[in-house]
Design a protein around this ligand. Structure first.
Ligand code: GLN
Length: 228
């Protein structure tokens, strides 16, 4: 068995725990809630839930977890959903006054609350790639969600794969700058090496294919590297 942690400082962590515990995979996953550096040290991988990214970062700092989290992101698989996706980004726009601490890990710039104040939340079917059963659409639940603005891998960085995107016609007018159909702004699930982000909330559906994807594609290869 192996240990997957869920950062449990604030936000929707219980739902992730339930989804991970139900996965149909061979190896047993021990899912633990992480609130201290000692708990983090037990984990092979980490999920950072949705919630409020500034609050999560503040609580992480207060509990002495911020630097251990940054070190963790450098070496182990991490999946951020919504607020967690913001924390995994290299750069953010639209942060509150006083700033937003980030963990980094993914070579993207993300806009906090990128749908604007008109659109608090919405649900839509996503086009998915690489999930089990890719023909079956996935219902993306977006709640004050961030928007990925640019993908900017530096030379030497691992490539970024698009795992889910949404129709450009759904973007708010303020975010449609061109008629390109291949805009980062429509990318809502991205993977870079063993890091993964979703700007929506898969844990709020009964469909656990994104949880399965993270474990299969990001976590298992990193704990049992292929023999050469
Ligand atoms: N708007 C939140 C933030 O900026 C994210 C919302 C969410 O996680 N559902 O942190």
């Amino acid at each position: 068995s192996f240990v997957v942690g869920i950062l449990a400082l604030q936000g929707a962590f219980v739902e992730h725990q339930t989804a991970l515990q139900k996965l149909p995979i061979q190896k047993k996953i021990d899912v633990i809630l992480v609130r201290t550096a000692e708990e983090l040290a037990k984990c092979e991988a980490l999920v950072i839930p949705g919630g409020e990214s500034t609050t999560i970062a503040l609580l992480a700092r207060l509990s002495g977890l911020l630097e251990p989290l940054r070190e963790f992101v450098k070496i182990k698989p991490v999946w951020g959903t919504c607020a967690g996706a913001i924390l995994l980004a290299k750069a953010v726009v639209g942060a509150k006054k006083g700033g937003q601490e980030l963990l980094g890990g993914m070579s993207i710039t993300i806009a906090r609350n990128g749908w604007g104040s008109q659109v608090e939340s919405f649900e839509t079917d996503l086009d998915v790639v690489g999930l089990r059963d890719p023909e079956r659409p996935f219902t993306g639940i977006f709640i004050r969600a961030p928007v990925v603005l640019t993908l900017e891998p530096s030379p030497g960085d691992l490539p970024i794969d698009v795992v889910a995107s949404l129709s450009p016609s759904l973007l708010p007018d303020s975010l449609t700058s061109s008629n390109s159909t291949n805009e980062p702004k429509t990318f809502v699930a991205l993977r870079q090496g063993h890091h993964f982000l979703t700007t929506f909330h898969p844990e709020l559906t009964r469909d656990n294919r994104f949880h399965e994807y993270f474990i299969r594609e990001c976590v298992l290869p990193s704990i049992s590297p292929p023999r050469s």
